[in-house]
Each structure stands twice: as structure tokens, then as C-alpha cells.
Design a binder for this molecule. Structure first.
Ligand code: PLP
Length: 756
């Protein structure tokens, strides 16, 4: 019996070849095991269970046709082949679409049934698939996906590789790295599922399930790979459908179903790998030799029984002698310290993936990834943007210029006003308070005033401005940690409410109210959100801090009514998290009310909303939230929302001009513009929709994704205002580009730089 085993990489993210060899050696002591590798840097070639090693050129240099002929000859000669390289398995499926009796990997149609991320075969099993989207969506929609899933999302490559997304900037960086490594724009984003990780490993031959076990990961490496696990039977309710699935999709070879079991005991299927897992020998030492079952099923030759030595396994690192005929590679040239993919895939697998794209091999054949034929989807532009731009004259404009989108701004304020009316009930009035600091532009302030908003200020200078703009003192909400800065600005202070940011401030304000120096209808507190890090508000998460707070609240003078404010940006923590937090705050407030004896009559939920999220589904979530309030806080009469960027962000744009168009290099192009991150300081935090004018009809359309970088005018390395766009072919020097969504902190925090 001669068995070829390919995929011997044995670093911290190992391939299964060694584990397969160890298991087969136990079951078939006399078999000839031949290790196959494509790099002498895969340390597994030195493993003693291999009788022989076949070392090929790396994938990027290999003559694929000759290699294919050689493999056919090997299989026809009666030898078996077990592959543990995902890409090799896909390539085999294209060489042998119907399989080969001695090739112990799945045929093409079976492989298509387990393609990521949809995994069609999951229909047979009692599992769910975590929500995912293709990265061909516009940046605008990808950002929305991340917010909706609380930024707990994974960016996944077309075949393998998954990285956790850390913020928008982190996402853009990783997308760039994965896209260029895999030569495709077609990656996907998938929501994270919290729970315990477990796997099913199985072997099957021509649609017959031969053996399977369940393994729970008990310890993980930094890359979330198994380091220790326990092995048990697959339970009946999974086993029966699994057997049916294997029959229906006609599987051959090993497989691993990677899953997460959530707190409700629901299984989520993350991936089906078309091969044994790297920890497979961990199953063998518990008495279940899954690779041996495959060989036995394919050949009918009885395997020696494995002896169970426990139900749990762990891994260690071993030093082994290097084979004399394959000495270590010479030391490399001193190397710049870069961390490249080449270290992780020494056999040139990435290049192999790219060769497969070029061969058009995955042209609809294998659904995994589907190569570089991506179809990026356009950004949808609101009509009011286009209307507002149509009314502007760009010919005389000094760029970079801030553009006020008049109808857009009016539209957003009107919608917010309508929403608060619709959400108000007989018991609770919903009121908007415009956050001045987000953008104190007079036009926005006027819109807020005319729309019946209150004014939310974080400094007395902002209060002064609000009063000058026509807000009444009883419409002013004072907030923030430094609200008494420039105290002299306001001699006769009177407010609707003051929310104190600390116990110290609360004590001071109580004293001033008692002495008559300050007047305010409400005196409240901002509470620090439990479990989410924040520098603002009064902590409540230990019995001691909570006790201190209660003592202070009890001292609030009776002439003031009491309220509570909390604020956590949903755009940052995610929309789901925000609602979770809201409920938890209601519970805390219920305790404050009960234990302090002070009634909570107003609740202020802060700002931090992304424009699209605030009124999503006509504010259906808000409606439910407002219905919930009386359950916990029966005395609340008014609830305040403090939108800042939700209204200001779409209200302004930045126009800039193209200064220079440089030649293309390998498809990549650099274009210099006269705008910069000084006018777009939020560039790194969320996507901006970019518009250009059609050369022919002058209409505005959004830039597609592509290989052009827009370099800002500043002499600073990081002044790149867009890194993944495509300009129209007609673009020329002097053309105007409009960066939308720049009306909030882009505007208020923009700075003067490089202007002499
Ligand atoms: C900044 C701020 C807001 C507005 O936040 P946005 O992110 O602009 O929506 C609301 N309330 C308070 C107290 C603030 O400090």
C-alpha cells in the first residue's frame, strides 16, 4: 500500500500532513507513506513517519501540466493520494471533476456544495450560517454592515484566512493586504458569533460516511487554532443529517466542519474544510482513527485498531532531526524586517491562487472565492445631494471649498423633527437637542432653532451663541466635563438642565444652586456606561461608587427636578450594543431612583448616531425603547436625543480640484488634488461618498472602487484622501471632485495648514 500525503507545513498554523501520517502509520505499519511538499522550508518533510519525500518546485514555478500528468500516473498505478492543501484539492477537482478511485479528495460538485461563505450543503444540517456580505458592496454599505454588527466582524479571504476587523481604518488596511495577496476584490465580511468553538471531523468515500467525531477546542493559539481539545461522539441529531448530506453531495475524503455553539445552544457553521484538520491525530489518540477509516473504506484493507489513551489531547512543540538529504536552506539576505505572506506559505500558495485565477480555473467551477471577477457595486447618492450641487457654480470657486448642501440639511432636520413628533406618546415627549460642538455653523443652528430643537452645549461660549441665535434659557442643556470654562461669559445663568460629569461637579453645582448663583430647572447626572470604556460621567459599577453617587443625589435641592444622561456613540460601539446598553442603563436608573428616593423625570440618551441609523425603519427601535421606559422609570416625562453628526454630517461637502494626473504603474495610479486631510480630518474613521462630474452631460456620479489614490496637497505621508477609487476616463486636471458627508467633525475640526 502506497499513500501520498501532501501538505506538510508544520508551523503554528499547521497543515494536517504530519497528523495524517502519524495516524496512518499506527493503522498500517507496513504501508509506504510518501510526503509531498512544494518547499524545503516546510519542516514536516523531516518527520520520521514518511518513508520518502517528494519535493516539487514551489507552486509559482511548477509546471502544472507536467505535475498533473505525474499525479494521474501515480493514481493509475494504484497509489492513494490524501491532500491536505485546500488549493491543491480545488485544483485536483478541476483535473478530476468526477474524482478518481484512488484520489481521496472530493469531486468538483461536492466541493461546490461547501464553498464559502454560503456553504449550500448546510441546508441538510441543524446549523445556521453567520450573516455575511461580499466586499464588492460600496464602502458606505460595508461600513453600515460593521455598525449593524457592532464591529464584531471578520474579513475573510476567498479560500482561507480570516482577520478580525478593527475599525474602519483597520478594515481598509486589511482589505488592501488581502486583496493584493489574493489578487481579488472579492473578499467577504462576516459577523462574529460568540460561543464555544467545536468541530466535526469525518471521512467519507464516494458518498458514504465512514467515521466522524466531535472535537471541542479547549485551548487556542493566537490565531484561534486548536491547541488542546476533547473528543466525543457526534450526537444523533447531527449524525443522521450529516450522513444524508455526505450521501447527497457524494463526498470523498476527509473534512472538517468548523462551528461555534452559542449561548442558546445553536450551532453556527463557519467553514467546511475539504480535508482533515491539522489536529486529526488528537482524535486517533482517543481511539478514533479517522484517516485510517478513509483508507479502509477506499481499499477494504483492515486497519489496525487504535487504542484509546484518553478523551482529551493537547499539543507540544517537538525538535526533530533534519533529514540529511534536505539540509536547511542557507540564511537569507539580511532582510528589511517586513512580515510577509511568504513566511506563512513558504510553498508559494498565494501565487498558486493567482495562477489558478489566470488559468480561469475558478470561472464558476469552484464557488470558493470565484477569483478576480469581482463586480463592485456603486454607491447610491441621495437625490438632494445632486439637487444641491446642481445649484452651485464651480467655475469661480476657490478650492478646496466647503459646500453647504441646503436642501439636504433642511431635509435631515425636518426628518428628525417629524420623527420626534411621531415617537412622542401621551406620557413621554421626545425632544431633539442639537449638539452645537458637532458643527456650530449658523445655518445649522438656525435650522435646529426653527425645527423646535433644544440646544445642547458643552461650554458657556456655546450657551452664549445659542442665546444669541434665539434659543431661550429653558431650551438649553448643559453638558460635558468642562462646562464652567470661561465662567465670566455668563453672569446670570439659567438653564433647562445641567448634567454633571462628576461627583465633585455635582457637589459644587448643588452648592451654587442653594446659594442662588445658578438657576436650573433640572439638575442631573451623566452616568458612565458600565462595561464599555468611557472617560465621561460618574462611574456606577462598584458598590462604593454607587453609594457615593446615591448620597450626592439625595442632596440635590428640592427646587430642582432630577434627570439622567448617558452617551455612547453607536457609530463606534455598534447599533446592537447601543440598544443593549440602553436597557442596561434603564435598569441602573431604576435602582438610582429607588435607592435615592429622587424621581427621574427626564432621560437624555446623547448623540453619536450615524445619519443612516438614527431613523432606521422609521425609528421602530426607538418606538420600542420608549414603550419600555415606563416599566423601569414610570416618572419620565421627556426623553432627549442629542443628534450632532446624524444631522450635520450629510449637510456639507468639500470640493477639490485635480492638480496632477500621473502615469499608471501596474494598473495603479496617483492623482494629486488640492484638498487634504486638513479639510477631511475624519477621513480615516468612516467612508465619504465621492462625486465627480460626468465629462459629457455634467451630471454628478459617485466614483467607483479602483486602483487610483488621491494624494492630498499637504507634504505629509498620510495625506491620502482616497486610496481605492477609479476616476472616469475623461478626468483631467482642473476637474472638481466633491467629498460628501463632510459636514460634522470634518468641518468643525478642520484646520488651516500649508497656506503660508
Ligand atoms: C458631542 C456630543 C453630542 C453629539 O455627538 P455626535 O457624535 O456629533 O452625534 C451629543 N451630546 C453630547 C453631550 C456631546 O458631547
Amino acid at each position: 500500500m502506497k499513500i501520498y500525503i501532501s501538505g506538510l507545513y508544520s508551523g503554528t498554523n499547521p497543515q494536517p500532513g504530519i497528523g495524517i501520517a502519524r495516524s496512518l502509520r499506527q493503522a498500517y505499519p507496513q504501508a509506504e507513506l510518501i510526503g509531498v511538499e512544494y518547499s524545503n522550508r516546510c519542516s514536516g518533510i523531516h518527520w520520521q513517519d514518511f518513508d520518502e519525500i517528494t519535493l516539487h518546485r514551489p507552486w509559482d514555478e511548477l509546471n502544472l501540466d507536467a505535475h498533473a500528468r505525474e499525479i494521474k500516473r501515480v493514481l493509475d498505478s494504484g497509489a492513494l493520494w490524501v491532500s491536505s492543501i485546500d488549493l491543491e484539492i480545488m485544483w485536483f477537482a478541476s483535473l478530476f471533476p468526477e474524482g478518481h478511485p484512488n484520489l481521496l479528495t472530493p469531486p468538483l460538485s461536492a466541493l461546490n456544495q461547501v464553498g464559502k461563505p454560503a456553504i449550500p450543503a448546510h441546508e441538510y444540517l441543524p446549523v445556521k450560517i453567520p450573516t455575511f456580505v461580499t466586499t464588492e458592496l460600496s464602502d458606505w454599505d460595508l461600513h453600515a454592515f460593521c455598525r449593524e454588527h457592532d464591529w464584531k466582524v471578520w474579513l475573510k479571504g476567498p479560500y482561507y484566512e480570516a482577520v478580525k476587523v478593527h475599525g474602519w481604518g483597520g478594515f481598509q488596511d486589511m482589505r488592501g493586504i488581502l486583496s493584493s495577496a489574493w489578487a481579488t476584490d472579492k473578499l467577504f465580511l462576516q459577523s462574529h458569533v460568540s460561543g464555544y468553538e467545536e468541530s466535526i471531523s469525518l471521512s467519507a468515500y464516494q458518498g458514504e460516511l465512514l467515521d466522524c467525531i466531535r472535537m471541542r477546542k479547549r485551548d487556542l493559539t493566537e490565531l484561534s487554532k486548536t491547541w488542546a481539545g476533547d473528543v466525543s461522539e457526534v450526537e444523533e441529531e447531527m449524525l443522521v443529517p450529516l450522513r444524508e448530506m455526505i450521501r447527497q453531495i457524494n463526498w470523498t475524503g476527509g473534512a472538517e466542519l468548523e462551528m461555534v455553539r452559542d449561548a442558546d445552544n445553536q450551532l453556527w457553521l463557519l467553514e467546511v474544510n475539504p480535508r482533515f484538520p491539522a489536529w486529526i491525530h488528537g482524535s486517533t489518540i482517543t481511539g478514533r482513527n479517522i484517516p485510517a477509516a478513509l483508507i479502509e473504506g477506499a481499499t477494504g484493507v483492515r486497519a489496525q485498531k487504535s487504542i484509546a489513551t484518553g478523551e482529551e489531547f493537547t499539543r507540544v512543540v517537538l525538535e526533530i532531526p533534519v533529514r540529511g538529504e534536505y539540509p536547511l536552506s542557507p540564511l537569507p539576505e539580511p532582510f528589511g524586517g517586513a512580515i510577509g505572506h511568504s513566511l506563512k506559505h513558504p510553498s508559494g500558495l498565494l501565487q498558486f491562487a493567482n495562477r489558478l485565477h489566470k488559468l480561469d480555473f475558478d470561472n464558476g467551477q469552484v464557488s470558493n472565492g470565484n477569483g478576480n471577477k469581482s463586480k463592485n457595486q456603486p454607491t447610491i447618492i441621495p437625490e438632494t445631494f445632486v439637487d444641491d450641487l446642481a445649484a452651485m457654480d464651480f467655475s469661480e470657486m476657490q478650492t478646496p471649498a466647503s459646500l453647504f448642501l441646503k436642501t439636504t440639511a433642511a431635509d435631515y432636520f425636518a426628518r428628525a423633527a417629524t420623527l420626534s413628533k411621531e415617537l412622542s406618546t401621551d406620557e413621554i415627549e421626545v425632544i431633539n437637542a442639537y449638539s452645537f460642538k458637532t458643527n456650530p455653523d449658523d445655518r445649522l443652528v438656525k435650522l435646529a432653532h426653527d425645527s423646535g430643537f433644544f440646544a445642547e452645549a458643552i461650554s458657556l461660549l456655546e450657551v452664549k451663541k445659542a442665546l444669541a441665535a434665539g434659543f431661550k434659557p429653558e431650551q438649553i442643556i448643559l453638558n460635558g466635563p468642562a462646562k464652567w470654562w470661561r465662567r465670566e461669559t455668563l453672569s446670570d445663568a439659567s438653564f433647562y438642565t445641567i448634567f454633571c460629569d462628576s461627583i465633585e461637579e455635582l457637589n459644587r453645582v448643588i452648592a451654587e444652586v442653594e446659594s442662588g448663583e445658578l438657576k436650573t430647572e433640572f439638575l442631573g447626572i451623566r452616568i458612565r456606561t458600565p462595561n464599555i470604556r468611557s472617560r465621561f460621567g460618574i462611574a456606577i459599577d462598584t458598590p462604593e461608587t454607587f453609594e457615593t453617587l446615591l448620597e450626592a443625589v439625595k442632596r440635590i435641592p428640592k427646587q430642582c427636578k432630577f434627570g439622567v444622561h448617558f452617551h455612547m456613540a453607536s457609530a463606534n460601539v455598534g447599533v446592537g450594543n447601543w440598544w443593549h446598553l440602553f436597557e442596561s442603563i434603564l435598569r441602573w436608573c431604576g435602582s438610582i431612583e429607588a435607592l435615592s428616593g429622587r424621581l427621574i423625570e427626564i432621560l437624555d440618551v446623547g448623540g453619536g448616531w450615524f445619519p443612516e441609523d438614527l431613523g432606521k425603519n422609521s425609528g421602530e427601535k426607538f418606538r420600542k425603547a420608549i414603550e419600555l421606559i415606563p416599566e423601569f422609570l414610570p416618572n419620565v416625562k421627556r426623553i432627549f436625543s442629542e443628534p450632532g453628526k446624524a444631522l450635520a454630517q450629510p449637510s456639507m461637502a468639500v470640493a477639490m480640484q485635480i492638480l496632477e494626473i500621473r502615469g499608471q504603474n501596474d494598473g495603479w495610479q496617483e492623482v494629486v488634488v488640492d484638498g487634504s486631510i486638513a479639510e477631511l480630518p475624519m477621513y480615516f474613521f468612516y467612508p465619504h461618498r465621492i462625486l465627480c462630474q460626468d465629462g459629457k452631460n455634467g451630471g454628478w456620479k459617485s466614483l467607483d472602487r479602483g486602483k487610483t489614490q488621491l494624494l492630498g496637497r499637504l507634504c505629509m505621508e498620510h495625506d491620502i484622501v482616497a486610496s481605492n477609487v477609479e476616476l472616469p476616463e475623461t478626468a483631467e486636471v482642473g476637474d472638481i471632485l466633491v467629498f460628501c458627508d463632510a459636514g460634522a467633525y470634518d468641518r468643525s475640526m478642520s484646520y488651516v495648514f500649508g497656506r503660508g
